[in-house]
Design a protein around this ligand. Structure first.
Ligand code: AMP
Ligand code: ZN
Length: 472
């Protein structure tokens, strides 16, 4: 499988360092409310990534953390009058329910920051001993950015900017303005507003800085070096840059061998935010009558390296597209005279595609999910279930199940009575009209459409192809 690497700025073949297991880490949710559909764009794409890797024959170890202590979780747990643990536990549970609904494979390990305080303290001690960190007057500990020559290697920060900016004001915030290079907090000295949320350390009471948890948990579960690290594009700087600095300064080894970042989801052409009232959750969409399967379809309908614009219309389109796949699957099933072999939802290691091979190839080339969807529809259009042998139909149905398994989509059940028998001559005419349209032979295409209308059949076009319906 090939994937674009943010650090190398080129496409790279993915390999497991140990030759056996592909070990990767995804920055997980901050559990202070329900995850929104933007978060799920990232988690769904990471899930498709894992499915494709496994279906290509690779075993994996997938680690995704839970951020259960930071400025926001503390602030909102206090506002809710709950302990931090009680508060974050409830939102973690909700996150898992949403993940199940969206058919996300559970990570092999799902560690939380609060469960790994000793590991984070040990990492700071190592950085202090090597001269990469210093204690400030308020009991906080900072990473000294100028002590790490490679700082900026992931986000490709301008070297001059680094020289001028580094060593300036130290920042205690977990997030700060992009490109504002500053020493960042590894440990935050206890403040009154933190309430009961503090731990003992060699530098006094306090809590870890946000960037540190991922470095500590990567080391704990994957070792100093592992195969791939992933997150939304907003994490490139400062979060991942800081993770690299902490981990590599401490270990002297390469941290992640590949960096995979997913571009943000936009809503109605703009940024998603609570104040604009356009921050959708899965529950919001379910209330409007949509399903998690449809949301998953929308989230994979754009390439991960491009922004994806979410609209409610895109959910309607997904509903139709899935219905079309369901109908095609139904026709194959009828011809085959039986169901597909149910693929193992745990994802088998390797699958040889006969049908939908081109779609799987798209996924192997930089996880091109929109192209894969396009190729599924092209192939479904070309397959004529009623002209296939029962064995071929069975094989096509099996492979359809497997390509949907790669994407994590479920084959929708289509009610039998909604399927309309289309006579062969009508289908041939419709196909000719589609070919004419594809060739931009507009006059011919219009004439064929009229001919079909004259015979009582209407054509409805959309992005993926056309549908034939009896004239109303
Ligand atoms: P958070 O819960 O804020 O820590 O974010 C969890 C994951 O969602 C991270 O990998 C973020 O980079 C990612 N993320 C946040 N907002 C968006 C968005 N609008 N589109 C895609 N990914 C996002
Ligand atoms: Zn992280």
């Amino acid at each position: 499988m090939k994937l674009y690497d943010t650090m190398a700025r080129e496409m790279r073949e993915l390999t497991a360092e140990d030759g056996e297991n592909f070990r990767f880490y995804c920055c997980g949710p901050t559990v202070y409310g329900p995850a929104h559909i933007g978060n799920f764009r990232t988690f769904v794409l990471q899930d498709v990534f894992r499915r494709v890797l496994q279906l290509s024959g690779q075993s994996t170890q997938h680690v995704r953390n839970i951020t259960d202590v930071d400025d926001k979780t503390i602030r909102d747990s206090q506002a809710a009058g709950k302990s931090l643990g009680e508060f974050t536990e409830a939102w973690t549970a909700k996150f898992r329910v949403d993940c199940d609904a969206l058919n996300l494979l559970a990570p092999h390990d799902e560690p939380s920051a609060v469960e790994h305080i000793p590991q984070q303290i040990a990492l700071i001690e190592q950085l202090m001993a090597k001269g990469h960190a210093y204690k400030s007057d308020d009991g906080s500990v900072y990473f000294k950015v100028t002590s790490f020559d490679q700082y900026g290697c992931l986000s490709h920060l301008d070297q001059r900017e680094l020289r001028d900016g580094a060593g300036g004001a130290a920042v205690a915030d977990d997030e700060y303005e992009k490109d504002a290079v500053a020493d960042f907090a590894l440990w935050k000295g206890r403040k009154q507003e933190d309430g009961d949320n503090f731990w003992l350390s060699p530098w006094g009471e306090g809590r870890p800085g946000w960037h540190l948890e991922c470095s500590a948990m990567c080391k704990e579960y994957l070792g100093d070096t592992f195969d791939l690290h992933s997150g939304g594009v907003d994490l490139v700087f400062p979060h991942h840059e800081n993770e690299i600095a902490q981990s590599e300064a401490a270990s002297g080894e390469t941290f992640a061998r590949h960096w995979f970042h997913i571009t943000h989801l936009m809503v109605d052409g703009g940024k998603m935010s609570k104040s604009l009232g356009n921050m959708y959750t899965l529950a919001d969409l379910e209330e409007r009558g949509f399903t998690a399967n449809e949301l998953r379809y929308v989230l994979i309908s754009g390439h991960y390296r491009h922004p994806l614009n979410f609209t409610l219309q895109s959910m309607e389109d997904a509903k139709k597209a899935l219905l079309r796949i369901g109908k095609a699957g139904g026709a194959l099933r009828e011809r085959a005279g039986g169901d597909a072999d149910e693929p193992d939802q745990q994802i088998p290691r390797g699958h040889d595609f006969i049908y939908f091979k081109a779609a799987f190839e798209s996924l192997l080339q930089d996880l091109n999910s929109p192209e894969a969807l396009g190729r599924i529809f092209s192939e479904l259009r070309e397959l004529k279930a009623d002209k296939m042998s029962a064995e071929d139909a069975q094989a096509a149905l099996n492979d359809l199940e497997y390509i949907l398994l790669a994407l994590g989509l479920s084959l929708p059940e289509v009610e039998e009575d909604k399927q309309v028998e289309v006579p062969e001559d009508i289908r041939d005419l419709a196909e000719k009209r589609w070919q004419a349209k594809q060739a931009k032979a507009w006059a011919q295409s219009d004439a064929l459409r009229d001919e079909l209308l004259g015979k009582g059949w209407e054509i409805k076009d959309d992005k993926e192809g056309y549908q034939l319906c009896p004239r109303s």
